[in-house]
Design a protein around this ligand. Structure first.
Ligand code: ZN
Length: 63
């Protein structure tokens, strides 16, 4: 399985959606342990996700 496939699975995971059937959570975790690049990619995806959620909550003109 390639990094690209794991990243697709990661991005759905970050969105709170179920993993694709061909990717198990255990396989994803195992890959993240050995692949720092995907780990970084996942962290960035989560940060962007949180940022977007915050903007949704507050609106663009803030308080
Ligand atoms: Zn990878």
């Amino acid at each position: 399985m390639s990094c690209a496939e794991f990243r697709i699975a990661l991005s759905t995971h970050v969105d709170g959606e179920a993993l694709p059937p061909e990717v198990s959570a255990a396989a994803l975790e195992a890959h993240l342990r050995i692949c720092p690049e995907c780990r970084r990619w996942g962290e960035r995806a989560r940060e962007l996700r949180e940022l977007a959620a915050r903007l949704d909550e507050t609106g663009l003109d803030g308080e």
